[in-house]
Design a protein around this ligand. Structure first.
Ligand code: NOJ
Ligand code: CA
Length: 475
């Protein structure tokens, strides 16, 4: 089910489709809309967390790993979703959150040793939390301190405790037995830390990806990414099974992801997500992730500004062509296929890290609720320039159709990337020895683009390639 260069569609369940009018997306809603994903030609669906959660981090604070949040439905609804996905040839991946739970998970009080806790007068070390502030808070259970790499509501699990590893392996087995095909593994770089809890030194050079400014003051050499991290990932693989699809979210630059790869199928390549709309930077991002790194290319997700806003709506077609012609896996965040921009979010913000703007519901049709909900939506659905799904479906020239065409063409592309000469601002790379992808990110028309049979064009299929347009040609 998951071979070659798969396309994985990320569903943010709260914002995909509401089936009961409470304004929050849910599992029966996803079933109603699976045909949209199948029609795109995707291979798999990844669901952001669906487990019971107090939503301090919107599902990434899990209060029960083996249940469905009642707002999303029941385990019965989940089984129906698995069956409906498989009927359409779609693999189903869950989000597995190994590094922390919710403070409200019963383990926090009942399984004291499952968490990283210390007894000391002062904080045990200088580690900082990803969202800012110290990573240690007073422990209401032991009177000491507990570690939280993310929000204080997300205490860190101790993957150096074999009993915890067993318990978290049971979670994987539970979902596999229910028919789940694999998992997206959250924040894997945080799975194992320095057992001696040594202080992190001050940062001497900037981290290549965005970080909270307070957190960025330290070089996280001990608080994440321990030298034996591969052992932790291996424990996940052992329980998930050799045939499970494992996608690692490792928030580290490409070379530092290598120790994780022996146990993963794919690791997210975030280099394009943080790349400016500039040919040299795009080329460097692509070259740092050759096929051997099994990159999972990401242009948008629920954590960062969407591609249609970062690169501008005028570049959405060129961005889609780049994304979907690269070897590896391509992760498509719901709404990107429509050109959905960032939204206004909510006032006051739901998410303290201010990620609401990237999480607005999808616009399905032209009705007042945009087909997302018959009630009051938790965040307003956003309309993209080419319109909601219903409008784009009827327009053969829409962005949605370009996504469908690119995904179909992707099946035919084969072989590694090799960059070719191109004028300033433009990019040309071959896939194997047959096909060439040419994308013009510059300001001038590209007057003598690569020749050959045009397999797909974002705009005109002949003549110069205008700025922010691209073509795939076969020689
Ligand atoms: C990465 C997830 O994508 C993000 O939404 C979450 O806040 C952190 N991991 C913590 O689980
Ligand atoms: Ca609902």
């Amino acid at each position: 089910m998951f071979k070659g260069n798969p396309v994985v569609y990320q569903i943010y369940p709260r914002s995909f489709q509401d089936s009961n009018g409470d304004g929050i997306g849910d599992l029966p809603g996803i079933v109603e809309r699976l045909d949209h994903i199948a029609a795109l030609g995707a291979d798999a669906v990844w669901l952001s967390p669906i487990y019971p959660s107090p939503d301090a981090d919107f599902g990434y604070d899990v209060a029960d790993h083996t249940a469905v949040d009642p707002r999303y439905g029941t385990l019965g609804d989940f089984d129906a979703l698995v069956a409906a996905a498989h009927d359409r040839g779609l693999a189903l991946l869950l989000d597995y959150v190994p590094c922390h739970t919710s403070l409200e998970h019963p383990w926090f009080r009942e399984q004291v040793d499952f968490y990283i806790r210390r007894q000391s007068a002062e904080r045990p070390n200088n580690w900082l939390a990803t969202f800012g502030g110290p990573a240690w808070d007073r422990d209401p259970v032991t009177g000491g301190w507990y570690l939280h790499t993310f929000y204080p509501e997300q205490p860190d699990l101790d993957w150096r405790n074999p009993a915890l590893v067993d318990a978290m392996q049971d979670v994987l087995r539970f979902w596999r037995a229910r028919g789940v095909d694999g998992f997206r593994l959250d924040a894997l770089q945080s799975l194992l830390k320095d057992p001696e809890l040594r202080d992190d030194p001050p940062a001497t050079e900037p981290f290549p990806f965005p970080l909270d400014p307070n957190y960025a003051q330290l070089a996280h050499v001990h608080s994440v990414n321990a030298p034996d991290i591969g052992d932790g990932v291996a424990a996940i693989r052992a329980a998930a099974g050799s045939d499970a699809v494992l996608v690692g979210e490792v928030y580290l630059p490409a070379a530092q992801r290598d120790p994780y790869l022996p146990h993963l199928d794919v690791a997210f390549a975030f280099e394009l997500l943080f790349c400016p709309r500039e040919a040299g930077a795009v080329r460097a991002a692509i070259e740092s992730n050759p096929g051997e790194r099994r990159p999972g290319w990401v242009l948008s997700n629920h954590d960062f500004s969407r591609i249609a806003s970062r690169w501008g709506p005028e570049a959405a077609r060129a961005a889609a062509m780049l994304h979907l012609t690269l070897p590896g896996a391509a992760f498509l965040f719901q709404g990107d296929e429509l050109g959905q921009p960032d939204g206004p979010g909510h006032d006051p913000p739901y998410d303290r890290a201010r990620r609401d703007p990237y999480r607005h519901p999808l616009a399905w049709d032209e009705t007042p609720g945009a087909g997302f909900s018959s009630g009051q939506p938790w965040l307003a659905p956003l309309r993209a320039p080419d319109g909601p799904v219903s409008v784009q479906e009827r327009d053969r020239g829409s962005l949605l159709w370009l996504y469908r065409d690119l995904i179909a063409l992707r099946r035919e592309l084969d072989g590694p990337v090799s960059f070719l000469d191109a004028p300033p601002g433009a990019l040309a790379f071959s896939r194997g020895d047959r096909d060439v992808v040419a994308v013009n990110l510059g300001a001038e028309p590209w007057r003598d683009p690569p020749a050959g049979e045009v397999l797909l064009a974002t705009h005109e299929a002949s003549g110069p390639i205008r700025p922010l347009a691209g073509r795939v040609v076969r020689s």
